[in-house]
Design a protein around this ligand. Structure first.
Ligand code: F6P
Length: 550
């Protein structure tokens, strides 16, 4: 990629011109008759277990060709190779973004900065497998000699969202004798809820933190340790049997007092939001077992291989990423809805929010100059059909264009007769209605009073990606995650930003650390405090202190 801004290229300008005619495309027309059938044949791809239908998008073959040329101009093929080879593509932190190495098979090797990272990955996977077998079989004993029955994962952001989402998604594969819970928020109720009814003698805390300095996680871990030691009537020597740390920071783990011999490590080249398939997924492995965890990794690998090798116009993460750029930058869409028709994916939109928004919510290019265009879409969503009875009204008849992903599974997680047919039919119906709509003449033909007709018109032309898999298995979940990871990468590459740093979260953390002591104790001298904070914050500190009787 040359250093020219992408919007200054001929490829971008060509798309701007193309948009002037493409904005009037009608999905209804495009999807009708023989040409509609040909379009669907042409605009679907199958990769691994994923069937990817992008026929319901406001594009023609020409649009896709032009988007491919744009991606090429942005240097996407070279950036993909750079990522897979371990180049330092996370430039602001001067490190690789090498989550793809987390799922490379042990028959491969990848030397990065003089080290075989695949060997390192498999050493940790083996250690995870061994510990997981011990804990699941009951041979790992707690301090009082009881086997572990409860796992409490403590972490936040990428150290929580991935394993928590995946645990819910794969609950049907989980070992029923282990209760697995997740705590992320520093709100004391979160930890209380997770542990108040557990027996400390049978409880293992998995403390996940890449840095091992994150306030929420360390606070919760400290409180958990107090609860444990008080409950067991024990001193610090009990901690080793009830705490396992997952981190890149051995020094801080030791300082916290967790046994480093059982620590599960990973590396600075794994971003938090890309870490569910690293040791951060240990609680998931405890739940589903090491074999199913391997299937999960194999799913990622299938999509990695496809992303690395398929031409851009047959490459599902590339196409989805390019379509997202098309809507974000040419149609002016601001948000993107993720609508899984599967209750087990209840936390998938939340997981994707960190993956997409922490990655691509950036305003400067790699060289530090202003990006000069709209970047990261706002991701949101809920499982269908719940969303249908809440926010779909706005999707259908609102004034905003919101591209949506509808994710469907042919097989139910649990079969309750015809209920699953109804679920699947609803997903299909929504995809059709969003894209095709219903015009005034059709509404009037139903005998609707003239004055009401405009209220019942469904504009349609809402773009939809439909993704279908046979069943939500560990492998399919891995495939879906890898698909979205690479989609984010494609967008970031076109925009010319660093999708792997997250400097924007730091200032708030530092400020919270400064404010905490001002809320507590005597709050410091009034003058000192007023110098420290702005007027609005000072006023709210006073309010809090008075409501807490301080
Ligand atoms: O605050 C954002 C963040 O740094 C995320 O990127 C990360 O996933 C999360 O905090 C947790 O960080 P850690 O794993 O170091 O505790």
């Amino acid at each position: 990629m040359d250093s020219i801004a992408i919007y200054d290229t001929e490829e971008w300008r060509a798309l701007e011109r193309h948009y002037e005619s493409a904005r009037d495309l009608s999905l209804r027309q495009l999807l009708t008759g023989d040409s509609g059938k040909a379009r669907v044949t042409n605009m679907h791809l199958e990769v691994g277990d994923l069937y990817f239908d992008y026929s319901r998008h406001l594009v023609t073959d020409e649009t896709i060709d032009m988007l491919v040329r744009l991606a090429e101009r942005a240097g996407l093929p070279g950036r993909i190779s750079a990522m897979f080879s371990g180049a330092h593509i996370n430039t602001t932190e001067d490190r690789p973004a090498l989550h793809v190495a987390l799922r490379m098979p042990d028959s491969e090797s990848l030397i990065v900065d003089g080290v075989d990272v695949v060997r390192q990955v498999h050493e940790v996977l083996d250690k995870m497998g061994q510990l997981s077998d011990e804990i699941r079989s009951g041979s790992w004993l707690g301090y009082t000699g009881k086997p572990i029955r409860n796992i409490v994962n403590i972490g936040i952001g990428g150290s929580d969202l991935g394993p928590a989402m995946a645990y819910i998604a794969l609950r049907d594969y989980a070992y029923p004798a282990l209760e697995v819970r997740f705590v992320s928020n520093i709100d004391p109720i979160a930890l209380w809820q997770a542990i108040h009814d557990l027996d400390p003698a049978e409880t293992l805390f998995v403390v996940c933190s890449k840095t091992f300095t994150t306030l929420e996680t360390l606070t919760n871990a400290r409180k958990a340790r107090e609860w444990l030691l008080e409950g067991l009537g024990a001193t610090d020597e009990a901690v080793a049997r009830h705490f396992i740390a997952v981190s890149t920071n051995e020094k801080e783990v030791a300082r916290f007092g967790i046994d480093v011999s059982t620590m599960l490590g990973f590396w600075d080249w794994v971003g938090g939001r890309y870490s569910v398939d690293s040791a951060i997924g240990f609680s998931l492995m405890l739940a589903i077992g090491k074999e199913a965890f391997n299937d999960f990794l194999a799913g990622f690998r299938m999509v990695d291989e496809h992303f690395r090798t398929a031409p851009l116009n047959e490459n599902i993460p590339a196409i989805q990423g390019m379509l997202n750029v098309w809507y974000n930058n040419f149609h002016g869409a601001q948000t993107h809805a993720v609508l899984p028709y599967g209750e087990r994916l209840a936390r998938f939109p939340a997981y994707l929010q960190q993956l997409t928004m922490e990655s691509n919510g950036k305003s400067v290019r790699l060289d530090g100059t202003p990006v000069g265009l709209q970047t990261g879409e706002i991701f949101w969503g809920e499982p269908g059909t719940n969303g249908q009875h809440a926010f779909y009204q706005l999707l259908h008849q609102g004034t905003k264009l919101i591209p949506a992903d509808i994710i469907l599974f042919s097989e139910p997680a649990r079969d309750l007769g015809d209920a699953h047919d109804a679920l699947f039919a609803n997903g299909l119906a929504q995809a059709a209605v969003l894209s095709l709509g219903k015009d005034a003449s059709e509404v009037a033909a139903e005998g609707v009073a003239e004055a009401i007709v405009p209220h019942k018109v469904m504009p349609g032309n809402r773009p939809v990606t439909v993704i279908v898999a046979n069943k939500l298995t560990p492998s399919v979940l891995g495939q879906l995650i890898a698909f979205y990871e690479h989609t984010v990468f494609v967008e970031g590459c076109i925009w010319g930003i660093d999708s792997f740093d997250q400097w924007g979260v730091e200032l708030g953390k530092a400020m919270a650390a400064r404010l905490t002591p001002l809320l507590a104790g005597d709050g410091g001298a009034q003058q000192e405090r007023d110098n420290e904070v702005d007027a609005a914050t000072a006023c709210l500190i006073d309010l809090y202190r008075s409501q807490r009787g301080r």
